[in-house]
Design a protein around this ligand. Sequence first.
Ligand code: HEM
Length: 164
Amino acid sequence: MEHGGEGGGFLHALEMSAVGEAMRQSLMLYPTVETLHIMGFSILVGSIVAFDLRVLGFGRGIPLEAAARLLLRVAWLGFSIAVPMGLLLFVTEATSIAENPSFQVKMGLIVLAGLNMILFHFGPWRSVSSWANGVAPGAARNGALVSMGLWLGVLAGGRLIAYF
Ligand code: HEM
């Protein structure tokens, strides 16, 4: 593939950077980074879906706040691996990936998932200790459903990048 795409600009400079060059030239770097990306988002989305299922009423034997203390920390661990590795994958072919509709949708869904998380944690979650018998109110359950939908959408968007 001809690298550097059309014109100059930030994405072109990113792609032509020493990091972009190394990601393209090294035999093992790209597959290693992609494997770490997959590990990171598996940990991230897996723990978020487990937390959302608990909010939706599965695993009622597990106290909600205890579930959050474990699963949300694990989610941040996954996020802190997935994002830097994703950025390295992006730098490799920044100009063409930035125009990839599936990549654009994926990035949009990540932003929406972040907004939904903020609305949840500064909204219904603030009263978690008063939820009767650990049963989440409607607003919290809706937040959990939207969260699952968005993050599973991010997975689909990521997988489909290779097909556009
Ligand atoms: C944080 C949440 C993220 C999730 C859940 C996620 C998920 C995915 C998935 C499922 C794939 C397909 C992997 C495969 O089947 O090989 C993928 C690939 C990719 N991701 Fe992510 N990703 C995330 C963040 C990012 C970020 C922040 C970037 C860059 C800005 C990024 C850039 C890429 C690129 C460039 C690929 C294509 C790799 C290829 O096809 O060779 N990802 N991602």
